[in-house]
Write a protein that binds this ligand. Structure first.
Ligand SMILES: [Zn+2]
Length: 414
């Protein structure tokens, strides 16, 4: 057993919420801004004060390391992110990062020597709102390289990614530089659920089994524009009729028959867009999500065939292309069991659940067994200044992280 200091953790969360703090009690600490740098500096200073070493890599991922008995063993990695949405909450990301740091301090307070080093990480740009995509830091860490096209990226506020990244790295001159990516034993991340399930179930710990896959499609149906008043049914080649008929069939079929599927049409447009003309083009986007990659393929096929059938019925042609494809991720079963055991040892109830949103753990899971631990947030609200987590749930999440970390660092190397 290891005891964490709940009061210290809550005070830390308050101190970090003040960096980029908004008048409504939220946080605006977008990636690679001066606020982001201030939060990183504060964490590094706290680390140096405790005698831990501080590293960063070329993506400005920030690492804090507590030595192990055997420094040749790959470290246990724990953490999350410090960046926020423009009108974000104080717990999204900060909770996981500061809980991880609390675990490191608690190990130090108790004088517990671990076989492996334990490393806390704050990943760069999880949110992806100032520079897209999200999870840049963990994605590059897992890939072992920074995609060349990122260097040209411009922020929503006009700032250049390359310059902001350089300034962020240079804002911590005392931190040693590490190459991108290094072997790790396992990764654990605490995060707020950003959904209502735990709160509704009165359960304080969610053991995330996986993150559903996401696929985006662009659909374009082409017919023939013609006069609305003079063109009889037999002469019409109406792409909007084809699209709406197909979509209504898909709405009836996909989600009602599969509770794990998500099917969303978020954007629809017609050309030329005239009140008294049959359109010659009808376009829409499709967002499909599912935890099973095979089902995602099936869904894509049934969407394509449903739309093609209706397009042919209207004597229209159809083009469908993918614009985004994020495969689902399944977290390591043995690591999920470690988290369940850690919760049970702390007398906390846990439940298995799927995450609807991406997290850094999804990318880290590509290179090392990873687990994601959810805690409830009030009304499931997140990406909102009113985001709130009850102190008892903050403490519960950190205790489970501490216990699971201890179980994993004492495990003999395999
Ligand atoms: Zn987050």
């Amino acid at each position: 057993m290891i005891e964490i200091d709940g009061r210290r953790l809550n005070a830390r969360l308050q101190a970090f919420a003040a960096i980029g703090g908004t008048r409504k009690g939220g946080v605006n600490r977008q990636a690679l801004t001066e606020e982001d740098r201030r939060a990183r500096r504060l964490l590094a200073e706290l680390a140096w004060a405790r005698g831990f070493s501080v590293f960063q890599d070329p993506m400005a991922n920030l690492f804090i390391r507590r030595a192990g008995q055997d420094e040749t063993l790959p470290p246990m990695l724990i953490g999350s992110h410090l960046d926020s949405q423009p009108a974000g909450g104080r717990f999204d990301g900060a909770l996981g990062t500061l809980s991880a740091f609390e675990v490191l301090e608690s190990l130090e307070d108790a004088g517990i020597e671990t076989e492996r080093p334990v490393v806390v990480v704050a990943w760069t740009n999880e949110e992806g709102c100032r520079f897209a995509p999200g999870c840049m830091g963990s994605m590059a860490f897992a890939a072992g390289e920074i995609p060349a096209e990122w260097q040209q990226k411009l922020a929503t506020d006009g700032a250049a990614f390359a310059g902001e990244l350089k300034a962020t790295i240079e804002s911590l001159p005392r931190a040693q530089m590490l190459p991108l990516g290094f072997p790790i034993h396992a990764y654990l991340e605490v995060h707020i659920e950003q959904g209502p399930s735990l709160e509704a179930g009165g359960i304080s710990i969610g053991v995330v089994t996986g993150i559903q896959g996401t696929r985006w499609l662009n659909v374009e149906i082409t017919g023939q524009t013609a006069h609305a008043g003079t063109t009889g049914l037999a002469y019409r080649r109406d792409p909007l009729r084809a699209l709406t008929t197909a979509l209504s069939g898909l709405y009836e079929m996909i989600m009602p028959s599969d509770p794990d599927a998500r099917f969303t049409i978020g954007r629809i447009s017609v050309e030329p867009g005239s009140v008294n003309a049959i359109p010659d083009k009808a376009c829409c986007t499709v967002d499909i999500r599912h935890p099973d990659p095979a089902r995602l393929d099936e869904l894509e096929r049934s969407i394509a065939s449903g739309i093609t059938t209706e397009a042919e019925r209207q004597r229209c042609t159809v083009a469908i292309s993918r614009s985004f494809d994020m495969p689902p991720c399944t977290f390591a079963a043995d690591l999920q069991q470690v988290v369940e055991r850690a919760a049970a040892e702390r007398g906390l109830e846990s439940m298995n659940m799927l995450s609807g949103a991406f997290h850094d753990a999804l990318f880290v899971n590509r290179v090392a067994p990873s687990a994601l631990i959810f805690v409830p947030c009030l009304d499931g609200l997140s990406h909102n200044e009113a985001e709130h987590v009850e102190p008892e749930h903050i403490i519960a999440g950190c205790q489970v992280l501490a216990q699971a970390t201890l179980l994993l660092v004492s495990t003999a190397d395999s």
